[in-house]
Design a protein around this ligand. Structure first.
Ligand code: FHN
Length: 423
């Protein structure tokens, strides 16, 4: 295996064989999840001996070519006194997130559970000796949140036979297959047998892995937990659902899919404060769901285990919006209206939802010419104000005169929307 410089370039794929996995039911219902990137990279937080990393916080070891033995010393300072798994999962609940995916092992090889395969973990080399996977899995179970695990299957910069580290190890003499069989699969066994139901395994950066090796991993996961979903980044077009590139919104994807998005410009904690607003993230959720997808929004706790307070505010604002408008997101699917000037549409079995990004200045929301509607109401306000619909026999218009646009994203629920011949 050689180095993997272009780690984000993953093509969209979904294994057609897997579309019947019954576990996709919860995935379609959930639509919005919390991604948690946490590890020892939160300690340097983007700086090594005063030198800034040019890339994302969790890539510092790779980008500054820090020797593995030196980097591993960080574990002795992993001392997250402020970390409270229940508080983190409560935050996900307040944000309206229905699943949580934790980086059990990222590319640097640091493990957040008590693994037999290495001491480079939060449970052994770190002074507090904590099993973070165990703590968060329990908190998710207590609150009815689906719990998934990120696992870096190709890159492990502290393992001599894995991909990604060519400054300590010689790619020519590496035995990647022995790493997969002797390290990756036994670790997956630990994760899938030690922590109850695991809702999904989130693999990443599959460049260089063969189709046989990807299939072997999918089969291993499903042998241990048949209803555990596997994401598309297991590689080679396999997996239970498709994955976009990071922060990407595909145009018209088929099947089930998810886009992972950062809250700022990094996954692992740094001093970056360019937070995406609640509105920007809600628009991303609306776009994704209108195209049949899910959004996995990242948080990167700091070295003490705290989520930056500015991001907490944005998450709570999204949660407040979802409290009011969740009917347009959870369990809904692709909307019937496309290429709208003013926003996005989603649908349930009973309703069509209009998620209005650009509030019409003239107070009239024009629906596509071939649509008639029985009634409309505003979801965004507590009372669900009824809205007048004119021209119901095609070319319908929802009257928004005197109605204030929501500060996050206005949502209108249509009842009895159907296709008619244009007038
Ligand atoms: O290299 C990783 C990156 O650090 C992060 O984990 C993201 C999340 O989707 N995945 C890879 C890049 O695509």
């Amino acid at each position: 295996m050689t180095d993997i410089p272009d780690a984000g370039q993953i093509t969209f794929a979904q294994d057609p064989q897997s579309q019947g996995n019954p576990a996709l039911g919860w995935f379609r219902e959930a639509r919005f999840g919390m991604f948690v990137h946490w590890g020892v990279y939160a300690i340097p937080a983007g700086y090594w001996n005063g030198e800034p990393t040019p890339h994302m916080g969790e890539w510092i070891m790779h980008d500054l070519k820090i020797p593995a033995e030196e980097y591993k010393q960080l574990a002795a300072s992993f001392d997250p006194h402020d970390f409270d798994a229940a508080a983190l999962v409560d935050l996900a609940v307040r944000a309206g997130q229905r699943y949580l995916v934790l980086t059990a092992k990222h590319h640097d090889g640091f493990c957040l559970w008590d693994t037999e395969l290495t001491t480079f973990s939060s449970a052994v080399d770190a002074p507090l000796g904590r099993d973070i996977v165990g703590e968060i899995s329990q908190a998710c179970r207590d609150r009815g949140i689906k719990f998934g695990l990120y696992y870096s299957q190709t890159q492990d910069w502290t393992h001599p036979d894995a991909a990604g580290n060519d400054w300590d190890f010689d790619p020519e003499t590496q035995d990647f297959e022995s790493y997969l069989q002797g390290y990756v699969k036994p670790q997956l066994t630990e994760l899938l047998t030690g922590y109850g139901e695991i809702a999904l395994i989130w693999f990443d950066t599959p460049q260089g892995i063969t189709a046989e090796q990807s299939r072997d991993l999918v089969e291993h996961v499903h042998m241990l937990q048949p209803y555990c979903l596997v994401n598309g980044r297991v590689g080679n077009g396999l997996g239970d659902y498709g994955q976009t590139r990071d922060n990407e919104m595909p145009d018209e994807p088929a099947g089930d899919w998810e886009t992972p998005i950062t809250g700022n410009g990094t996954w692992g904690f740094t001093d970056n404060t360019e937070w995406k607003s609640a509105r920007e993230i809600s628009v991303t959720i609306a776009k994704a769901v209108s195209r049949g997808g899910n959004v996995l929004l990242n948080v990167g706790p700091d070295s003490r285990g705290a989520v930056p307070s500015a991001q907490v505010v944005e998450l709570e604002t999204i949660g407040d919006w979802l409290q009011r408008c969740g009917a347009s997101i959870y369990g809904t699917h692709r909307g019937p209206f496309r290429a709208l000037e003013w926003g996005w549409s989603t649908a349930s079995s009973d309703h069509v939802y209009l998620l209005v990004e650009n509030w019409p200045a003239h107070g009239e929301l024009v629906l596509p010419a071939n649509v008639s509607v029985e009634s409309a109401r505003l979801l965004t306000d507590a009372g669900g104000t009824s809205l007048e619909v004119r021209g119901a026999q095609g070319g319908a218009v929802v009257d928004l005169n005197g109605v204030e646009a929501d500060a996050v994203l206005s949502v209108i629920e249509l009842t009895g929307a159907r296709e008619v011949a244009p007038l």
